[in-house]
Write a protein that binds this ligand. Sequence first.
Ligand code: ZN
Length: 299
Amino acid sequence: MKRVIILAAIVGALLGWFLESMEVGADDRRYLRQTSCSGYECSPPPLLPQQEALIDTGVWFWEYRQDQGVPSLHAPIQAALDDFAFETGLLALEAPGGNLQVARSSSTFYYGDGFSPGCPGAVGCLNRYPTSLQIWYDAPVMATYFFRSQVQVALHEGAHAIADAGEMYVHTGGRISCDGKSWTFMSCGIGTSLFFTAFDRVTVSRYLLPQSFTGGVLVGDAVVYGTSDSRTTRIAVYYETYTGFRFWTGQTLPVVSGVSVERLALPLGRCTGVLLGSENALPISWGRDLQLIGWSSCE
Ligand SMILES: [Zn+2]
C-alpha cells in the first residue's frame, strides 16, 4: 500500500511538472508590446509619449493616491522608484499630473471604478495600458506582504510603465499562474526576485538607451556623422589626450536624419582623439560606448 502511495506521489509530481512545463513559454517575453517575435531577444517596441518624455528630460513624474480607509503603499512605491533612479539615473518627481499610482480597496481593484476596469486575479496592474500608465494596487491584500515583497510588486508594475517590460509568468486566457522565477522581478509568486537582476537591467536598458552608434568621421576640425536610433536624443563630443585622458568637451551635436556636418566647439590640440557618444537625458547613457572617430595630427 505504501508503495502505491509513493508511486502515485511520483506520478502526480511528474504530471504537475509536465503540465507546468507546457504552460511555461506562453507569456514569457521581454516586452509587452513586442510583435515582431516572441521570447527574450526581441527588439523593443516604440516608446510611448511618457517614456519619450523620460529620455528627453530624465524626469519621471508620478502621483500617488489612495482610497479611503486602505493601508498606504506610498513607502514601497517610493522605494521601487528609488531603485529605478539608482539603476538608470532618472529623477522620480512626485507631482500632480504625474503617472498615477493608486492604492485601491479590494472591491474597487477587482471590479473597477466605472472609469477603469478592475484587475481580478492580480495584486497590481496597469488596467488602461498603453492608453494610460496608471498603476492600481490591491492595498488590503498587499498590506499582508512583508515590505520588500510590496516593493517587488511596485518594481514589477513600474517596469511595465517605464520600460514596457513583459510578463514572465503565465497570464493568458484569464489565467494567472505564478512560477516564481528567481532571475527577474517580472515573474510573480514566492521565489520571484525582489530586486533588480541582470535580466531586468537588460530589459530596461535595451528599451530606454541608445543601442547603435550613429557613425562618424573627423575631417579637419569638423565632424561628419549620420542618423541615430530612436533612443538617442543627442551626440556628445569627447576628447582623448595622448596620455589617454578622456573628457566631455561640453559640446553636443543635434540628432539628424541623414548626414550632417558640425564644427568642433573646443579647439582641438595636437595628438588629440575625438570620440562620439550616443546619449539621451538618462545619466546611464552618458560616457558609454564612446566611438573614436579620428585623431588630430601629432606633428
Ligand atoms: Zn505584470
